[in-house]
Design a binder for this molecule. Structure first.
Ligand code: PDD
Length: 280
């Protein structure tokens, strides 16, 4: 694989970042994951805008212009021959050569790293045909989930808890209400109405969420953005989640409770089709 580090395109084995980098020592870093379908970047603009928002919320300098970022994305997709897959981007606050809680001065350059993940068949994955099973877990993350930081230990633990329980993923619950999935936004459908949590600092403002809600509206589907409980989701006709890597993923079981007839629901299936059709 050819990867990108601070201006250079290198074989992955030659790419280096300082051990004092604040991304490594303190998760002082933000990231984006952009999908590639048919060799094309999906929703680059949205990801670039959210990256800038994450950076400014953390007083972190932008490593380069949006145009330069697009160029790096395109070049990596081309160099690695990606038809279907992901581009991962991370910006850290960099390093001034020691460990310190205080942010380094302005002379310290941010670190910019990008790499691709080749995932042939991503749009046609077996999970999207059968739907996935999820469990619910408590949401114990920090309070600024609208900033896409690399603090992913708890989401990783959540996926491990799901795996141990024989499920595929977990939805997180705070104060009795579902926030989001470990790496996706959460929805259920009851009597033809799509319900999802409204945007706030409690959840990531998903780029796929925005696109899918727009498409649902255009398809004249009813949408309610409101808080909801895991019990409401368990009693739903269907459920699904959205992200750049899962697109629209049907959910067929929550905490061992089967939804509907246990097959992906019609609205989730339709939204996945529309999303993929419009994106490619
Ligand atoms: N995760 N919520 C969380 C906590 C996420 O980590 C993600 C994305 C989303 C969906 O956002 P988007 O539609 O912009 O991908 C929601 C990425 C894919 C990841 O961590 O791999």
């Amino acid at each position: 694989r050819t990867v990108y580090v601070n201006g250079d395109y290198l074989p992955e084995t030659e790419a280096k970042v300082s051990i004092f980098d604040r991304g490594f020592l303190m998760a002082d870093a933000v990231y984006e994951v952009t999908s590639v379908l048919g060799g094309k970047l999906i929703d680059f603009e949205g990801h670039a805008l959210r990256l800038n928002r994450s950076l400014s919320e953390l007083d972190m300098a932008a490593p380069c212009s949006k145009e330069a970022l697009l160029e790096i994305h395109r070049k990596l997709v081309e160099l690695n021959g990606i038809e279907e897959g992901l581009v991962y981007l991370q910006v850290t606050r960099g390093s001034d050569g020691d460990r310190d809680f205080l942010f380094p001065g302005e002379e310290t350059q941010p670190t910019l790293v990008l790499f691709t993940q080749n995932k042939p068949g991503l749009a046609d994955s077996p999970a999207s045909k059968t739907g996935i099973k999820i469990i619910s877990i408590e949401d114990v993350r920090w309070g600024r989930r609208d900033i896409k930081t690399t603090q992913l230990l708890y989401p990783s633990m959540g996926k491990m808890m799901a795996k141990k329980a024989g499920a595929d993923d977990a939805w997180m619950v705070e104060d009795g209400h579902v926030t989001e999935g470990t790496s996706n936004n959460a929805y259920f459908v009851k009597d033809g109405v799509i319900v999802t949590r409204p945007l706030s600092t409690e959840i990531l403002h998903g780029i796929t969420r925005k696109a899918v809600l727009r498409m649902a509206e255009e398809a004249q589907l009813k949408i309610e953005e409101r808080l909801f409980t895991i019990d409401e989701a368990k009693a739903a006709d269907e459920a699904f989640c959205t992200s750049a890597s899962a697109f629209v993923m049907p959910i067929v079981e929550i905490d061992g409770v089967m939804l509907g007839d246990g097959a992906p629901g019609p609205i989730a299936k339709r939204l996945r089709e529309i999303y993929l059709e419009e994106s490619i």
